[in-house]
Design a protein around this ligand. Structure first.
Ligand SMILES: [Mg+2]
Length: 417
């Protein structure tokens, strides 16, 4: 399931400078910086004070001018430098237009800052082509419609996509095919890893680790001594493993249901039917909140109190019981071995997004499930949660039963018999 996941990291190039060039096109091609923290100056001759460079044009960078450099130093390096004050309100307005373009290609957009975002386009590929094609569409639209250059990384995880987007700036496009993450990362310096600051990299350097490949191969025990408890997670990311979902701000982070049994469950069939019931409970809450889930998770606690969690990102965000249940059952089957008895079971939905008005955007099959589920939700509300119990022999049968039931309900969803 996860191998199909496609994530874009889109990062605009020298964004503050690019925004300034939109309203000062005459400065195009000249060394320009946007600087803040000092006194705002007019174009040409600023008073540097304590200001630092916030963004530098690609014309200024070969001269050694880069962001975080004190402005006085930048002017010493490049006396003809054009200095503009930071105007964050203008950049925020431009940013809104940029994000409107992102949202044309996926509802799953996680902003990193004004000028960068992760997009989970797994569910958009049927409509727009593969990750590389979507990346080119976005780059072309930003360039043509907004006159803004951007770099994009395409990969199966957020970490690898972010590293890829940073590799060939400006106007870069780096695609890391699924399965090639480790080989892609191996030769890169550890400092390329998001979150690996100077302290981490210098500690790693002391034990002879300079590249991600060396980090991936290192002894985890040694790494933990050097870096502390975060070492194992960093090492997994150096291997290209990063299951973290693209998180859309402004909606609940997750919805879950779990139950503890008075008598531990030991039968596969019982485990399957409880998983399906819990998934239906999660589905009902998703639909009531108008949300779709990109990720499904399960939690099992065994009678010896060992607890296992498993999660999977779905090919497209869903809210139908049948989709949630089949994903959850697959995860339970992976986590459970016959003979183990289960005292607690949970099903959760993560990576939640607001459900688009047009469900057909994702899949016409979704509309059908949607009708079935909303009819059942209505009956549960009217007659209580036990009024409708889905067939337990197979999902297909239960669906057929539901369709028959729907037919009997009639097109308006009202009981007619
Ligand atoms: Mg940027």
């Amino acid at each position: 399931m996860d191998s199909d996941r496609t994530i874009l990291h889109v990062d605009l190039d020298a964004f503050f400078v690019s925004c300034e060039l939109l309203r000062h096109p005459e400065l195009t091609g000249r060394p320009v910086v946007v600087a803040g923290g000092g006194e705002p100056g007019s174009i040409g001759r600023p008073s540097p004070g304590r200001a630092v460079v916030s963004a530098a044009s690609y014309e200024a960078r070969p001269l050694g001018v880069h962001s975080a450099l004190p402005l006085a130093r930048a002017l010493a390096l490049c006396p003809e430098l054009v200095v503009l004050p930071v105007d964050i309100r203008h950049y925020a307005e431009v940013s809104e237009q940029v994000f409107a373009v992102f949202h044309d290609y996926s509802p799953l957009v996680e902003p990193g800052s004004l000028d960068e975002a992760y997009l989970d386009v797994t569910g958009s590929k049927l409509l727009h082509g593969n990750g590389e094609a979507i990346a080119r569409l976005i780059q072309t639209r930003l360039e043509r419609e907004l006159k803004l250059p951007a770099s994009v990384g395409v990969a199966s995880s957020k970490t690898v996509a972010k590293i890829a987007s940073d590799l060939r700036k400006p106007k870069g496009l780096v695609v890391v095919p699924s399965g090639h993450e480790r080989g892609f990362l191996a030769p890169l310096p550890v400092a390329r890893m998001p979150g690996a600051g100077p302290k981490t990299t210098s500690r790693l350097h002391l034990v002879g680790i300079d590249t991600m490949g060396q980090l991936a191969r290192a002894d985890t025990g040694l790494l933990t001594e050097v870096l502390g408890p975060s070492a194992a997670a960093l090492q997994r990311r150096a291997l290209g493993e990063d299951p973290g979902p693209v998180r859309v701000p402004g909606v609940a982070r997750s919805i879950s249901r779990e139950e503890t049994y008075p008598v531990d469950i030991s039968l596969r069939s019982e485990l399957e039917s409880r998983t399906r019931a819990l998934a239906a409970g999660v589905g009902q809450r998703l639909r009531a909140a108008g949300l779709l889930a990109a990720t499904v998770s399960v939690k099992l606690r065994f009678s010896d109190f060992e607890t296992i969690s498993r999660q999977a990102t779905l090919p497209r965000p869903v809210c139908a019981d049948v989709d949630l249940a089949s994903a959850a059952q697959e995860l339970v089957a992976r986590a459970w071995t016959p003979g183990r008895t289960v005292r607690l079971l949970g099903v959760g939905a993560d990576g939640l997004i607001a459900r688009p008005a047009q469900m057909a955007l994702f899949d016409s099959g979704e509309v059908r499930h949607e009708l079935v589920d909303s009819a059942l939700d209505e009956l549960r509300v009217r007659f209580g949660p036990t009024a409708i119990i889905r067939g337990t022999d197979s999902l297909q049968e239960s669906l057929d039963w539901n369709r028959d039931h729907l037919r009997r309900l009639g097109p308006a969803g009202k009981a007619s018999n």
